[in-house]
Write a protein that binds this ligand. Sequence first.
Ligand code: AFP
Length: 328
Amino acid sequence: MTFHDYFAKAQSIKGLDKALWPVLESITSASVKVSHDLQKAALLDGVLGAQGGQNIQGEEQQKLDVIADIAFINAFENCGSVAGIGSEENEAHLAFDTEKTKSASYVVLFDPLDGSSNIDVNVSVGTIFSIYKRTSKYGQAATLEDMLQAGGKQTVAGYVLYGTSTMLVLSWGDGVQGFTLDPSSGTFILSHSNMRMPESSRLYSMNEGNIKECEPGVAAYIAFCQSKENDYNGPYSGRYIGSLVADFHRSLIKGGIYIYPNVPAAPKGRLRLLYECNPLAFIAEQAGGLATTGRKRILEIEPEALHERAPLFIGSKNMVEKAMSFLN
Ligand code: AFP
């Protein structure tokens, strides 16, 4: 079944707002373009490598970060259902300025190309997105407050993983569905219905270069994963790609935990609450997993700033609960 047919069915049975379709179609059309660009990146002039600047996070921008950002912004602006966006690559939110967009119902928060430092080495990257109903008055420009909503209020959350195949994984609060791009038709086809995250596994995922820098409870949990005195009576396997979407997708399918704690270089965590933690937390919970800061449920955080960061403990329910039990 195509993504469009799946949406149409859900719309007629569950009463989903049909104004959501243009937003979702923008995501699929921009991601097909980005997928093509990624596949041909090394063959095209001016596409691989660093842009030569930094984004608002102070991180080196890749050329493809900028190309993907523009592709998604254009698609959202032209679809008619999006009043404004917040992007990891742009300092301020953007309110679209036509009569139609000012009356649109939705805002989108997104990371156009997560894990982009992996592009030059041909490793999986992704686009992560959250769709919210605006809270401001229809007919006026979208506001910062529209963007700063708690993750529990997401209408749709999802990601596109550009891996060995390109996959769209999303949820509108009724479980998690996965669609694989058929490159010959440019269409996403339902390939993984009702995805459930295993409640535990022996896979853990963390940048262990930080282990001596993080709070003792995190190091103690990782020591537990590596010991013979754990629930599997032997060391877990460490897996860390360095593209959150790809690490998360593995946990969704095989089970596991991904941890990015506070470290001195990133005292509030490295990952962005609005573009990374919230959408993946929504998917995790919809699939039976958990997502916390180590102490608090991610979806309950009231954001105060567009580029706010949060520590993230996400993945299989039993593993996240166990990791939290090591923290004070
Ligand atoms: P980039 O998009 O700048 O490559 O950042 C990727 C990321 O936000 C996330 O996808 C990774 O899990 C994490 O950063 C990797 O961070 P470390 O390099 O500190 O492990």
